[in-house]
Design a binder for this molecule. Structure first.
Ligand SMILES: NC(=O)c1ccc[n+]([C@@H]2O[C@H](COP(=O)([O-])OP(=O)(O)OC[C@H]3O[C@@H](n4cnc5c(N)ncnc54)[C@H](O)[C@@H]3O)[C@@H](O)[C@H]2O)c1
Length: 385
């Protein structure tokens, strides 16, 4: 931290990472923002657009410089675990895009490195700060959903034409957007997993991973709970527009949200039994259906960040035009930045700390193993203690 107590942050990887630059720049507790990208061209283009002077082509330059308090990793997945370990071991706070890592041993290593460093680690899970999750959480906490009966999560995205490292990627290893809402809602972990692969990757889509499946489906039994979560993940060969959503079913009310851009959340309210309430007389209870428009909850953010939750304008520092942007991932990005920075300033663990991040990532890695084993039931690893 510099003399003013502000946090100096470096953002590594300027694809998705570019979206976070105006948020760090606007945050009242952030001092300087630096950028790292191995592509010099990208570094110049993004640095000029955002008026950022501190530019590096190698994360090692940031790690060697005591000026940087925190690093946010948004480089490709293969770098997540080694960079997180390097950041923590350099004595800096670490935020990282999902997934935390792709192997169980790496999750344990990051949890251990976080403990040893005493610095903060936060996985930047967009799915638990989007407005659709926030409204579900508020309704659950108020008891409006009643007791939870079931959860379904889904992430179907077509990765044909994405960078080469995505070819054949095991969908379950990217489970966090589809699974974390139920784990965040209940505070539970996963007790055990049974998963299957469905269909077969075409020969041209098989990558360097041990994965023959375009789609994987899993059942995740929650620990200390009677609830089972059903999660579907697909990256190839599924004819569906992009969905990244969840449905949560209670014994009083339920929410269904496809997660497709522009598709509304639907609310179901179970009506009392009896002829007066149900079109079918006493057979079955009618569920009244309506569209739910989630609020923004922007009052939870500092005023400098509140404007980034829906549609916002950005001035360009390179003489380009003012652009209008739609906030991605349900407006979650400013919340993630605020939580990460606040946790550092307030010297407390972030909401998605290292143990929580590992507990939300591991079930997908285990599910992939289960699917390779033809649906073998496997225990979810523990990261406590
Ligand atoms: N909702 C979400 O949470 C969400 C959404 C999109 C992407 N992501 C994650 O964010 C990360 C970045 O995604 P992306 O689509 O921008 O990836 P990308 O492959 O497009 O790469 C982003 C940038 O990283 C740079 N880069 C590559 N290797 C680097 C290295 N070793 N050091 C520094 N820079 C490097 C590239 O030049 C590029 O500019 C991924 O891990 C992805 O899984 C998360």
């Amino acid at each position: 931290m510099n003399g003013t107590g502000a946090v100096d942050v470096a953002v590594v990887g300027l694809g998705f990472g570019e979206d976070f630059l105006p948020l760090y720049a606007a945050h009242p507790s952030v001092g300087e923002v630096g950028i790292v990208d191995q592509s010099r061209e990208r570094l110049t283009e993004v640095g000029d657009r955002h008026g950022i002077a501190a530019r590096f082509t190698d994360i090692a330059e940031v790690l060697a410089d005591a000026r940087w308090d925190a690093v946010h990793i948004l480089a490709p997945v293969a770098f997540h675990s080694s960079y997180a370990l390097a950041v923590l071991r350099a004595g800096k706070h670490c935020a990282c895009a999902v997934p935390m890592a792709s192997e169980i041993a790496d999750l344990h290593a990051i949890v251990a490195a976080q403990r040893e460093s005493g610095k903060n680690y936060m996985m930047m899970e967009t799915a638990v700060y989007g407005r659709e999750y926030l409204v579900a959480e508020e309704m659950y906490r108020k008891g409006e959903l009643g007791g939870l009966t079931f959860y379904r999560g889904y992430h179907i995205q077509n990765l044909d034409g994405y960078p080469e490292y995505w070819r054949g990627y095991p969908p379950m290893k990217y489970i966090t957007h589809a699974l974390s809402p139920i784990l965040a809602l209940t505070g539970n972990t996963v007790a055990d997993v049974t998963a299957y692969g469905s269909s077969k990757l075409t020969a041209d889509r098989v990558g360097s991973y041990d994965n023959p499946f375009p789609l994987q489906v899993g059942l995740f039994r929650l620990a200390d709970s009677d609830v089972v979560a059903d999660v579907t993940m697909s990256f190839f060969q599924t004819a569906r527009s992009y969905v990244e959503g969840f449905s949560v079913y209670g014994d009083r009310q339920s929410l269904e949200w496809s997660g497709a851009p522009g598709e509304a959340m639907r609310l179901f309210e179970l009506q009392p039994a009896g002829p007066a309430e149900s079109p079918k007389g006493s057979r079955g209870r009618h569920a009244r259906e309506s569209v739910l428009e989630p609020p923004d909850y922007a009052h939870r953010l500092p005023e400098q960040l509140a404007r980034f939750v829906r549609t916002y304008t950005l001035e360009s520092h390179d003489g380009g035009p003012v652009t209008t942007k739609t906030a991605g991932h349900g407006g979650s990005h400013p919340y993630l930045v605020h939580e990460f920075i606040s946790s550092i300033v307030e010297e407390r663990p972030p909401a998605i700390d290292a143990v929580t991040s590992a507990a939300w990532t591991a079930p997908g890695i285990v599910a992939h193993e289960s699917a390779l084993g033809g649906g073998e039931r496997l225990a979810g690893p523990s990261f406590d203690g």
